[in-house]
Design a protein. Structure first.
Length: 154
């Protein structure tokens, strides 16, 4: 596996990435037409960017509220440093934890959680509290989301 740095992406790669981030269902033929190159070139470029890890995959983005996950919260946590990695491994396996970020500052990690309601959030908080090595948590409930971008500018 080889690594491609974003500085090594040319203008065609950037156009392809822009198009597939807006609509991952866009066919290679449609992308080729928009970029003025052959479908085979698009196929090879996408394959190269996938194998290098620039493109991780193609996903459908759901509206959380319509998918039964109307409550979003961020949980900041502190942990015993000697048990931190094992705690993170366990947290990553929890059903309603969607993001786990190892961070600097007062807290060790920030988690993004989506649940159906406050009872579901309480279950997640309890599950996290039961993990050996977690010393404290602070939960921030999202009242409304004003921006949530999925597209990475390249």
């Amino acid at each position: 596996m080889f690594t491609v740095l974003t500085s090594e992406l040319d203008s065609l790669d950037r156009k392809i990435l822009d198009i597939v981030q807006d609509n991952a269902r866009e066919s290679f033929a449609q992308i080729a037409k928009k970029t003025g190159v052959s479908e085979g070139t698009i196929h090879l470029r996408v394959k190269k960017m996938m194998s290098s890890g620039i493109i991780k995959g193609f996903y459908t983005i759901l509206t959380p509220e319509k998918a039964g996950k109307g409550l979003t919260a961020f949980i900041e946590l502190k942990a015993d440093p000697s048990k931190y990695q094992e705690a993170l491994n366990r947290i990553q396996g929890l059903r309603d934890v969607y993001e786990v970020h190892d961070v600097t500052g007062e807290f060790y990690a920030i988690l993004k959680v989506r649940t159906a309601n406050k009872e579901g959030l309480a279950r997640v908080i309890d599950a996290i509290g039961d993990i050996e090595g977690i010393t404290s948590t602070q939960t921030i409930v999202v009242l409304r989301t004003l921006k949530e971008a999925h597209k990475i500018e390249v």
